[in-house]
Design a protein around this ligand. Sequence first.
Ligand SMILES: Cc1ncc(COP(=O)(O)O)c(C=O)c1O
Length: 397
Amino acid sequence: MEFKEIKELDAKNYMTVFARQNICFTHGKGSKLYDVAGNEYIDMGGGIAVNCLGHDDPELTQAICEQAHKLIHVSNLYYNIPQAELCEKLLDGTIFDRVFLCNSGAEANEGAIKLIRKHFYKKGEHRPKIITANGSFHGRTIATVTATGQEKYSRPFAPLPAGFTHVPYNDFAALKDEADDTTAAIILEVIQGESGVLPADYDYIVNAYALAKSRGILFAIDEVQTGMGRTGKMFGFEHYGIQPDIITLAKGLGGGVPIGAVLARGEAAVAFAPGEHGTTFGGNPLSCAAANVIVDKLKNGLLEEAAKKGEYLMGKLSKLKKFNFVNDVRGKGLLVGVNLTDKVKNTEIVGKMAASGVIVLTAGNNTLRFAPAYTISKEEIDTACDKLMELFARTNV
Ligand SMILES: Cc1ncc(COP(=O)(O)O)c(C=O)c1O
């Protein structure tokens, strides 16, 4: 099919929700992507922090193929082997006691919200309030757009579910003012990925956690983007020495195969009774077979590789600070943001980088976002960063 025809079909058929780049990828290998015209790109976006093993990883592909031959799907009314294995592996060595598997980040957060509400319902405590941060992103379902601290995502969809309040991010005083005896949970990201790769201050997270603990409030971290090694640790919260009650995962967990998870500890982990939550596809054998490969690899050297590559990428991108239109270079591990002044548009840079053969993502607040595969080579990082350096050097503002 010609690219022109693909675009025409998309324009005619697909609901108008995405502002797509002018590229149609056909295949990939490692951190290289190829489009319909045969052009090669270095993938610095990783499918928005998803493809942690890059493209066509031999072990991941083999596991998916082998599982597809055996069993793609069975209902959760029955047990399945890859699911049992994955849950054990995911929880092993963590502070968490139970897992629920689903299909996406939004669905994981939706599950976490229900778990939080059910926990207090069961205890007979009236705690309707869930506090999240301004600028946060938690998904596209009606509850998760409400939890998301960016009105542009929820305003058109009113009436919204009650019980969500938002406070300025990285502002402990504001959080302390808002938290009270009617608060069920505080849900935060340790790096706000969508709104500009904004890391939480160490003291903010540590104080927020202590506040939650002192007031019987559940502390939840949305690790959809930061989990599964993305920040150089298995979970982003580990950088802060805290023990959240609940975390949510998706993106990297399946290396590209859709899967999400809610992990919980203590009383919250056993809040649901049979029939109170569920999913048709979540935790099916195919997605679990993929996630098993990711977890195995992370526990056998991939995590350290992600941390090392992250430091290397940060070192390279930090050199861009010399340009007067670069505000900041920030992030952790392989989730790095280059924040630009309003003299340069991130979307224009992304377009020019694609034309030069490098896929970069945007994030909010005029930021360029980098979230490549953990397996990316140093040479690929060098080439991508050199091209960006050259482009910035040619950018006169
Ligand atoms: C922190 C965070 N939470 C939730 C989501 C929603 O995940 P999904 O698009 O898989 O529903 C995202 C997606 O970008 C995210 O970054």
